[in-house]
Design a protein around this ligand. Structure first.
Ligand SMILES: [Zn+2]
Ligand SMILES: [Zn+2]
Length: 144
């Protein structure tokens, strides 16, 4: 008489009657009990994600398995992307260092140029002084 197998909802553990029954992943649910473990959003048999006995909506499935790196397809994709990012970062660093080096070389050139100009200027001043001295001497000689 009571031989009918009473199916219990995987989510709330209450009896599920045929009318409200929903089954997926070999589990039985009330239609209203197939929910995302994370956000409790109602899922349908067409849009749920199932892993390790838990059901998720698409976004949370992705979020959770990206964060724990459990879902290899996602984590592979992520580490690949990270590698690329790292390479780009390294390349940027290289370019930056090259720029710094060039900038330093440029500054060194400018400095040398300035020093040279300074020397020339001093040389000129010296010549100017000598000239003035000569002139003074001439004047003195004339006075004599
Ligand atoms: Zn239920
Ligand atoms: Zn969710």
């Amino acid at each position: 008489m009571f031989n009918v197998k009473r199916e219990k909802c995987y989510h709330c553990n209450k009896t599920v009657y045929a009318m409200e029954k929903l089954s997926c992943e070999n589990k039985v649910f009330h239609k209203r009990c197939l929910r995302c473990k994370q956000c409790n959003k109602l899922l349908s048999t067409g849009n749920y994600k199932y892993i390790e006995g838990k059901f998720y909506c698409g976004p949370h499935f992705k979020q959770i398995f990206l964060s724990i790196g459990h879902y290899s397809a996602f984590s592979d994709e992520k580490s690949k992307q990270k590698k690329v990012e790292k390479k780009v970062e390294e390349k940027k660093e290289e370019v930056k260092q090259e720029e710094v080096k060039q900038e330093e070389e440029k500054q060194e050139e400018v400095k040398q140029e300035e020093e040279k100009q300074e020397e020339e200027k001093q040389e000129e001043e010296k010549q100017e002084e000598e000239k003035q001295e000569e002139e003074q001497e001439e004047v003195q000689q004339e006075e004599n």
